[in-house]
Design a protein around this ligand. Structure first.
Ligand code: PLP
Length: 372
């Protein structure tokens, strides 16, 4: 699984594997040589319902026939319905739609500034919030930041699951406390219920917004629709993206009805935000995230934990430490037709479709065990 030099004139921003995928169905991908792969990565926690999910596909097809795009100067039914659906799931919230996780984080940072009048942000060491300059500024990974400094001023970092460190990093200028319920790109480390409860208390005390970046953890990934439901603390706002439209581009900032008001017309915008096709698919996704599906996610979490001792994370966002470099384990699994990811240099990450069958999961885990 060597990274190719180039197959096309693309800027070399990614270490791409030497494979071209042409088709997908459920938890399976097929490459241009006709070889099948069991996909335990799902586009890195994106294709939650699996490839080619019938309801998502039908929603996309129907909307494509009807309307692709109008400006956000007008209403569309899919955008309004999706906002209603997400608001109901959250327990009362307003949505801003955009196209990606980083864009949702940018919206959250601007919203918190506007709503609180304070520009300071406290984020967490090891976090990941995206690659745009604002999102990178609150990403607690020096290796990703250094080449692009100077970044936004006024950002402090606290240690995960250390409430004292959080309180020490916050101050009168803090308008936003930004936490991933489970750090995904940062190695699959879950925030503890006590830590997020303390973060909410601190945010309320100092007049800041507690924002959960649920770009990776949201939409059923951790066994509840929002990961905050499993951790027991409701934030002022969440960001969503990856799994929301099962692979079509979408991002969302969702602000609780009882949070301070921020945006007014003209404050923020995104040309493609709320795209009717993405929103139609997102509605189909939300409807598919039933209690039964979420029970299944937690059952499959238990299945992974029983098979791989020491698995960390929540739901179907899990990681396991490796004795050899994680990249070698990923390559060896790839050679055996199983796709997994890394969670840092010494851990592999599993983010399979939420709909993967227990048998398929067992098959993938058997390959992984053989490699480990
Ligand atoms: N926030 C979190 C928690 C993420 O995991 C990611 C991507 O991995 C992002 C933000 C950035 O999302 P995107 O790549 O869609 O910009």
């Amino acid at each position: 699984m060597s990274a190719t030099e180039t197959r096309a004139p693309l800027l070399p921003a990614y270490p791409r594997a030497d494979v071209t995928f042409v088709r997908g169905e459920g938890a399976w991908l097929v490459d241009d040589q006709g070889r099948s792969y069991l996909d335990l990565l799902a586009g890195i926690a994106v294709v939650g319902l699996g490839h080619g999910h019938p309801a998502a596909l039908a929603a996309a097809r129907a909307q494509l026939e009807q309307l692709w795009h109008v400006s956000n100067l007008y209403w569309t039914t899919p955008m309004a319905s999706l906002a209603e659906h997400l608001s109901a799931r959250f327990g009362g919230a307003q949505a801003f739609f955009c196209n990606s996780g980083a864009e949702a984080v940018e919206a959250a940072l601007k919203y918190a500034r506007k709503a609180t009048g304070k520009a300071g942000v406290v984020a967490i060491d090891g976090s990941f919030h995206g690659r745009t300059l604002g999102a990178l500024s609150v990403t607690g990974q020096p290796a990703k930041r250094t080449a692009f400094e100077p970044l936004l001023a006024g950002v402090e970092f606290a240690r995960l699951n250390d409430a004292d460190s959080l309180a020490a990093a916050a101050g009168p200028e803090t308008g936003c406390i930004l936490v991933e319920p489970v750090q995904g790109e940062g190695g699959v480390h879950a925030a503890s219920p006590e830590f997020v409860a303390a973060a909410r208390e601190l945010a309320d005390e100092i007049g800041a917004l507690l924002v959960f970046d649920e770009v990776q953890t949201g939409v059923g990934r951790t066994g509840t629709f929002f990961a905050w439901e499993r951790l027991g603390t409701r934030p002022h706002a969440v960001t969503l993206a990856k799994g929301l439209a099962n692979g079509l581009p979408i991002g969302c900032l969702l602000v609780a009805d009882d949070a301070p008001r921020g945006f007014e017309p003209g404050d923020h915008a995104s040309t493609f935000g709320g795209n009717p096709v993405s929103c139609s698919v997102a509605i189909a996704v939300c409807e598919a995230i039933t209690d039964e599906l979420l029970d299944g996610v937690r059952a499959k979490e238990a299945q992974v934990r029983e098979t791989l001792t020491g698995a960390r994370g929540l739901g179907l966002l899990l990681a396991v430490e490796t004795q050899t470099p994680a990249a070698d384990v990923v390559s060896a699994c790839f050679e055996r037709g199983v796709l997994i990811g890394t969670a840092g240099p010494d851990a592999i990450r599993l983010t399979p479709p939420l709909t993967i069958s227990a048998d398929e999961l067992a098959q993938g885990l058997a390959t992984l065990q053989e490699v480990l």
